[in-house]
Design a protein. Structure first.
Length: 262
């Protein structure tokens, strides 16, 4: 199978697997579908395997195209073999963006929200582990960065690859906008699209500078998700708007500084 076709097949498997579970969940949540109680509970539980679509696609194609060697090559990307100074941007970039956005919101007249999560370090630690394994990072990054990004960059530069992957990544989340209670259902699609496309640029920057470490991407992804828990930027009136602006500015700065457009 030619490389360009493998990428299309990857996206088809990732979307197909995830949407197979998410769309029934969306229909159930909106009273448009009735299933047996056990199946309904499973689809609405944290153990719904929908988010594993990118990982399923990555490992399936790695095995079909290169056998056990392909799977081992993918697994070897789960490493910490990179300059440890990169742990600073991995762990601090998203809190810095959210913190700056919250500060701008407060300066603009918003009241400072209560930082409930920060007062409970045990909760934060448990939330970090939960998010890492079941909140997206471990489920998605084997595919988005570990499989798709590498193949996109074989044909296009880092910026174009990031933009294309960001658009696809955003579209993959579509069913979540139809499920009440998800983060996506509480914001406009266009706002989420801006965040995820600009975020895709930052993920490429991290991945390319950490010796293509999927673990680094997973940790970065975890910090992105947990930041919304520990820094309540979105609980303010202007926080969401400033978050969009700050994310785009940081992504643009990284693009220029790291020459991602070349």
């Amino acid at each position: 199978m030619r490389e360009q076709y493998r990428l299309w097949v990857f996206f088809l498997i990732a979307f197909g697997f995830s949407w197979l579970f998410w769309f029934p969940q969306a229909l159930i949540s909106n009273g448009l579908l009735t299933l047996p109680d056990a199946l309904t509970s499973f689809l609405q539980s944290p153990f719904n395997p929908a988010a594993f679509g990118p990982a399923v696609a990555a490992f399936t194609l790695s095995y079909l195209n290169h056998g056990k060697t392909g799977v081992k090559t993918l697994l070897r990307k789960f490493h910490l073999r990179f300059g440890k100074t990169w742990l600073l941007p991995i762990f601090l970039t998203h809190p810095a963006i959210a913190g700056a956005s919250l500060l701008l919101a407060v300066v603009s007249g918003d009241s400072l929200p209560v930082f409930d999560a920060v007062s409970n370090p045990v909760f934060v630690a448990v939330a970090f582990v939960y998010i890492f394994f079941l909140g997206g990072p471990f489920q998605e990054e084997w595919g988005w960065r570990g499989y798709a990004l590498e193949r996109l960059q074989n044909r296009w530069n880092a910026l174009m690859s990031s933009l294309m992957l960001g658009i696809v990544w955003g579209l993959w989340h579509t069913p979540l906008f139809l499920i009440p209670g998800t983060m996506q259902s509480q914001q406009p699609w266009w706002g989420f699209a801006i965040l995820i496309v600009s975020g895709s640029i930052l993920f490429t920057w991290i991945y390319n500078n950490t010796n293509q470490s999927i673990l680094a991407a997973m940790l970065f992804h975890t910090m992105n998700n947990i930041t919304f828990v520990i820094i309540p930027t979105l609980q303010t009136t202007f926080g969401g708007l400033y978050l969009l602006i700050t994310s785009v500015v940081v992504a643009a700065a990284i693009t220029l500084h790291a020459n991602l457009q070349h």
